[in-house]
Design a binder for this molecule. Structure first.
Ligand code: TXA
Ligand code: MG
Length: 314
């Protein structure tokens, strides 16, 4: 039912045609796979929520090929522009005021007056956005609350039969979702992600505080329990308890490791794949333990995702 499309001209044309027909297509970005639908179509966007089983108060990110296309739907303030110039195309999402009369379904913004926009760097995402020629709403291509997909087969594990196609671009290079920032007038970090906070701070020239908490989510990534594997998760562990699957980092060795070299970029790119593997190894009712990860660079985003994976389930 869900067809896998090859990463070539025919696959891209097919994917763009399905989007134009209001259907759902998962596609690779440098962060994670997105579940794409035409952001102008209420029906397509409603199908995204339905396929993910996502609570409808969580708005979606609109994907566009460049800053000019973003400016057609949103107002780009001075700090947002500086960040866009520094990090687009790339793993940064900006929350911007929606332009009056912008052709974006209100289901995308969940009724907010702002819209989250992102210009992905992945060549297949770029090719698809240009072939389709319109805004593409795309959350991560996983059932709501579960681990994000960084390979086409992860998408099929969660959504096979619920979407028309997946464009197979192999593993995602960054492996963590985009960093979400509300830039103007006062910059706020809404979700740590693929662009390290230190890099944003260097461009803005001021410290960037993480806003919000799990109790009052403005971002589903801010829900306390999110990115959840089946197994229970314990963090900051150097020695596993009996029956736990230990995921190592650096000098802490485990059954699996995020990065034996202690490299945070490598660890980020493996995180969601390793969560899935550890979940399988742990088995029903099992437990996963993670070695400590430093709270710098991409480590902040990794720890953010791990804390949510470890949070009590609602
Ligand atoms: O890397 C990524 O960002 C991936 C790829 C596919 O682009 N997408 C992704 O989407 O992670 P999703 O839906 O899983 O997360 C989108 C986040 C949510 O946390 C949502 O609440 C937030 O963006 N968001 C969307 N619109 C917003 C708005 N107007 N204000 C605040 N947050 C918003
Ligand atoms: Mg997600």
């Amino acid at each position: 039912m869900t067809r896998t499309l090859a990463p070539d001209d025919a696959g891209i044309a097919r994917a763009a045609g399905l989007l134009a027909a209001g259907e759902l297509v998962a596609f690779p970005t440098e962060t994670v796979y997105g579940l794409g639908g035409d952001a102008r179509s209420d029906t397509a966007v409603a199908r995204i929520y339905e396929a993910k089983g996502r609570p409808s108060f969580n708005p979606l990110i609109v994907h566009l090929p460049d800053l000019a296309a973003v400016e057609a739907i949103a107002e780009v303030g001075p700090k947002a522009r500086a960040l866009a110039q520094a990090f687009w195309p790339g793993p940064l999402t900006l929350v911007l005021p929606l332009r009056d009369g912008a052709a974006v379904s209100p289901l995308v913004t969940a009724g907010l007056t702002t819209v989250a926009v992102r210009v992905p760097a992945h060549p297949l995402a770029q090719a698809l956005l240009r072939a389709f020629g319109g805004p593409v709403a795309a959350p991560s291509a996983n059932p709501s609350g579960r681990v994000s997909p960084t390979r086409a087969d992860h998408v099929l594990d969660g959504l096979s039969g619920r979407i028309s196609a997946v464009l197979d671009g192999g593993p995602c290079a960054v492996g963590l979702e985009s960093t979400i920032v509300l830039a103007d007038p006062e910059p706020q970090l809404l979700r740590p992600g693929g662009v390290p906070v230190e890099a944003l701070e260097a461009v803005l020239g001021i410290p960037l505080a993480l806003s919000g908490d799990g109790a009052k989510p403005t971002s589903p990534g801010q829900l306390a329990s999110h990115y959840a594997p089946e197994a229970g998760v314990r963090l900051g562990v150097t020695k596993a308890q009996p029956g736990e699957v230990l995921v190592g980092f650096g000098t802490v060795e485990g059954a699996l490791t995020l990065s034996a070299k202690g490299d945070l970029v490598e660890a980020a790119s493996h995180l969601f794949q390793i969560l899935r593997e550890a979940d399988r190894l742990a088995g029903p009712g099992g437990r996963i333990a993670f070695a400590p990860i430093p709270e710098t660079g991409l480590g902040r985003a990794i720890n953010d995702r791990l804390r949510r994976a470890a949070a009590p389930r609602s």
